[in-house]
Unconditional design. Sequence first.
Length: 221
Amino acid sequence: MGKSSQIHEYVVIKDNVKIGNNCIIHPFCYIGENTQIGDNCILYPNVVIYKDTTIGNNVIIHANSVIAADGFGYYQEDGKHKKIKHIGKVIIEDDVEIGANTTIDRAMLDETVIKKGTKIDNLVMIGHNCKVGQNTILVSQVGIAGSSKIGNNVILAGQVGVADHITIGDNVIVTAKSGVGSDLPPNGIYGSSINAIEWKKWKRVITILPKLPEILKKLEK
């Protein structure tokens, strides 16, 4: 324990944990074995940090977030889903803020990393082995599948979904409700979200969509 740190009621701290100076651990938090927490960190109520996690200085983690739970990894054997053991870790660098009810999964073998200065909103899901760059913004309900790499100074707006093993370059903006299924080069704005339109008009659009290939053939002729 560092100097001037506060541990509130009903906190559980397991073996070989190191907590820096001026930290505040609010009630009902759980900190697993071999976890290191730097200086000036705040863990709000019910934060769960699984074992072997490293957290830098000036990190804020809001209520009910879960850091370093097992990644979503299975293989099939005899028609059943068998669990793949995750033995990696999570590293959260300095000056990161993590919103309420956000989850960051443990790596399968190496590290899930959140680089310094990144800000993560509520209800964000970051999969195993992901790397999120510096000063990146992840808005609420973003979901990033395993082993994806997000660059520096990226903004993923609300409800953006990123497929696994995707690389997003530096200084990219992805607009709300967009799905990212292929790599995005740096310094661009991308999006495929559909804005709300009057419902009767949308029903007409949906009716036409299956006919577009046939209409295109006629136009080409």
